[in-house]
Design a protein around this ligand. Structure first.
Ligand code: ATP
Ligand code: MG
Length: 717
């Protein structure tokens, strides 16, 4: 094609430009945080489109979250305008995986309209299997089985591929059998789980070379962001597709690999060159995101890891602010101090959306949420199933799923007696028996039953009423928008009323959440699209466009950037997380350190780290030790501050290494006689200790107390 207008290329540095213009053949961009990897991918797509090398539908682009996909689409749009038109194959592995499965469902034994199970459904299904096999759910919890199966799926192993030794681990040798039974159950339900979206895709391609060839012809260019976090299944899936055009471009940073606990393998980066012979490798070294102090602090920290490919990083901006470290008395004070700082930033004119709080574990969020509600500070929880995992949301979704599909048994089971309608376990069993005997979905079984004399008249009329409602809603769904429909469903089912009558403290919040759910449906074209989105969302915006503080886990902050980043909870046991250390030892510690690196490098201008000396866990106070990562931050780029939420601790400032092996007194036990040699904030801590101790009794549990107390999920995404 004739030389196109390329204004979007002119802002790039030479390496970035090379990465954008090296379009033929495999390319790996290996570079540190904030060097423009994502920007390169986006510009590359724009370039492909603008030069007419491919249609939007011929580009496969994989992002780590749905949010990232949306952002990428927007950015491409600003560069090439309408040319972007949709890009049907821009999305997460899962989103693209499900799209492919939907097109060829019959080849992998699924019927059209198959459902995607969420974790909750998955667990309930596994529980049923365990009961059927007479396996004690206490001894062998369904959650453990779910994690085991997920692990296999992440590694690309279907039941027949599971090594015999591994299959034997669960329930005295029943693991492999249960996995197979679970897969059979899924098929019977016309359902897949998350792992299947790729695993079944791989099977589809392997068993149907003609289908694979079709995609080889289709995808002229393939691009993958955050390549360091792909797991084996994703890798195999991608490699199958990339064997076509071979124009595959992966960008990643080994220092930001933070999903090892979920099966991600950094080795995929190392394997790239051998898998794709002749691959070009481009390194980017200039960081455009963060100021000098922030970048230096992060680089020093990550240098403590041994298993690294190693990279140079520099920034050309000014040094900016040092990274601050602030000690707080307890998590409440930490939340107050951060709340105060945010209010001050807000008064100074900083947009709240440019302020993020990145936590290690999601339980930490509650304290901030409480505080922000008190202050009237708008905030939004990003990333996590948090909002959609709430019971009321799940119930509401189950209703919508039933409307959407007459064969969604799990959803039907969930709501058949919510609100209470007098449908007991005995009736449910009857329904199940009929469904099994006739091999029909539960809703059809109910219809059969209500036409017989088997049920008590009252139950029969209740169930008939329920079916009639579903029929009516389905009818209405043709004329009403899906949001109107949702409101009607929630009202007419009695579900909203159930919470209106509820006198518990949370009821009001639940009603608000239900409203929020309806609002969240607006951007979608129809109910099906919305439900599909729900089953895929890993990052959820649960609010309208209001300017709000962004609260999320470190894991979901990957790839994002903010002017100001608060990093609370840098304490031993919480961060690094005890579970990571227990489960994976040194590898776990290194992954935690990479997470710290990801956290600090999200900040453009200001990174503010906090630790609390006391945390209440399960109602008990535990004293905690400052994180070892604090000691790994270089003195010259860090400033130690007083907490503003406290009583004016006499912190005369900076401890520095002259205080002995740790300026955060991790080594000596944070409470006790060593206070004479500690810097100001710890003296203050010790001074307060007496009173606190007397009141709470168990402060000073010391290290042991802090260990293992944070039972929340490892990744907490
Ligand atoms: P991460 O590893 O955190 O995902 P990344 O390598 O993907 O980071 P980007 O998010 O693409 O980095 O870029 C970081 C920031 O630097 C963005 O705000 C981006 O717009 C900006 N940036 C990248 N390249 C340039 C450039 N050549 N000129 C100006 N700004 C740039
Ligand atoms: Mg990026």
């Amino acid at each position: 094609p004739a030389a196109p207008e390329t204004p979007y290329l002119s802002g790039l540095n030479p390496e970035q430009r090379a990465a954008v213009e090296t379009l033929e053949g495999p390319l790996l961009v290996l570079a540190g945080a904030g060097t423009g990897k994502t920007r390169v991918l986006t510009t590359r797509i724009a370039h492909i489109l603008a030069t007419g090398r491919a249609y939007p539908s011929q580009i496969l682009a994989v992002t780590f979250t749905n949010k990232a996909a949306r952002e990428m689409k927007d950015r491409i749009g600003t560069m090439v305008g309408d040319l972007v038109e949709g890009m049907p194959w821009l999305g997460t592995f899962h989103a693209i995986g499900v799209r492919i499965l939907r097109r060829h469902h019959e080849l992998v034994g699924l019927k059209s309209g198959f459902t995607i199970l969420d974790t909750d459904d998955q667990i309930r299904l596994l529980k049923q299997l365990l009961t059927a096999e007479n396996i004690d759910d206490k001894r062998w919890p369904a959650r453990l089985l779910a994690a085991t199966i997920d692990g296999w799926k992440n590694r690309g192993l279907s039941p027949k591929d599971v090594p015999a030794g591994e299959g034997a681990v669960f329930a005295n040798g029943k693991g492999g059998t249960l996995y197979a039974a679970y897969q059979a159950r899924l098929k019977a339900l016309n359902a897949v789980d998350f792992g299947d979206l790729l695993l079944e895709g791989i099977r589809l391609f392997r068993e149907n070379p003609d289908v694979l060839a079709e995609y080889h012809r289709k995808f002229k260019y393939l691009l993958v962001d955050e390549y360091q976090d792909t797991n084996v299944a994703q890798y195999l899936w991608l490699r199958l597709l990339a064997q076509g055009s071979k124009n595959v471009c992966c960008v990643g940073d080994d220092d930001q690999s933070i999903y090892g606990w979920r099966g991600a393998e950094v080795d995929n980066i190392l394997r790239f060159e051998s898998d794709f012979p002749g691959a070009a490798v481009i390194r980017l070294e200039r960081n455009y995101r963060s100021t000098g102090h922030i970048l230096a602090a992060a680089s020093h920290l990550i240098a403590h890891n041994e298993g690294r490919l190693g990279k140079t990083l520099f920034s050309e901006g000014d040094d900016g602010e040092r990274v601050t470290v602030t000690g707080a008395w307890d998590s409440g004070e930490e939340a107050r101090a951060i709340g105060d700082e945010i209010e001050a930033l807000q008064r100074a004119g900083h947009p709240l959306s440019q302020i993020a709080i990145l936590v290690r574990a999601s339980f930490q969020m509650r304290e901030f949420e409480d505080r922000f509600v008190t202050l009237g500070l708008p905030y939004r929880v990003i990333g996590g199933p948090r909002f959609y995992e709430r019971a009321e949301i799940r119930d509401a979704l189950a209703y919508l799923r039933c409307v959407n599909s007459g064969s969604d048994d799990l959803a039907f089971e969930r709501i058949v007696n919510v609100p209470k309608r007098g449908i007991g376990d005995a009736t449910l069993k009857q329904i199940h028996d009929v469904a099994r005997a006739a091999r029909v979905p539960l809703q059809d079984a109910v219809r059969v039953l209500t036409e017989s004399e088997e049920l008590k008249p009252k139950v029969r009329s209740t169930l008939r009423g329920l079916l009639d409602m579903f029929a009516r809603w389905r009818e209405q769904s043709r004329v009403l928008s899906h949001t109107e429909l949702a409101e009607i469903v929630l009202d007419e089912s009695g579900y909203t009323e159930m919470w209106q009558k509820d006198r518990s403290a949370e009821a009001a919040g639940r009603l608000e959440n239900l409203k929020e759910l309806v609002r969240s449906m607006e951007p979608f074209e129809n109910l099906g699209g919305f439900l599909e989105h729900i089953s895929l969302v890993m990052d959820v915006d649960n609010g309208a466009g209001e300017d709000a503080v962004q609260v999320m886990t470190l894991h979901s902050a990957k790839g994002l950037e903010f002017d100001t980043v608060f990093l609370p909870g840098w304490e031993e046991g919480l961060f690094p997380h005890q579970r990571a250390l227990d489960d994976q030892g040194k590898a776990g510690l290194e992954e935690e350190r990479r997470l710290a690196y990801v956290g600090i490098t999200r900040a453009r201008a200001s990174a503010r780290i906090y630790f609390a000396s006391n945390r209440r866990i399960h109602g008990l106070w535990n004293s905690t030790l400052p994180s070892r990562f604090l000691d790994e931050l270089p003195d010259s780029h860090v400033k130690v501050e007083e907490s503003r939420g406290g009583m004016g601790w006499g912190g005369s400032g900076y401890g520095g290494s002259s205080y002995g092996e740790s300026r955060f007194d991790r080594a000596g036990g944070s409470f006790g006689s060593s206070s004479y040699s500690t810097p100001g904030w710890q003296r203050a801590q010790s001074q307060r200790e007496g009173g606190f101790n007397a009141g709470a009794g168990n402060v000073g549990a010391g290290r042991g107390g802090a260990r293992g107390a944070h039972g929340s999920t490892h990744g907490s995404t």
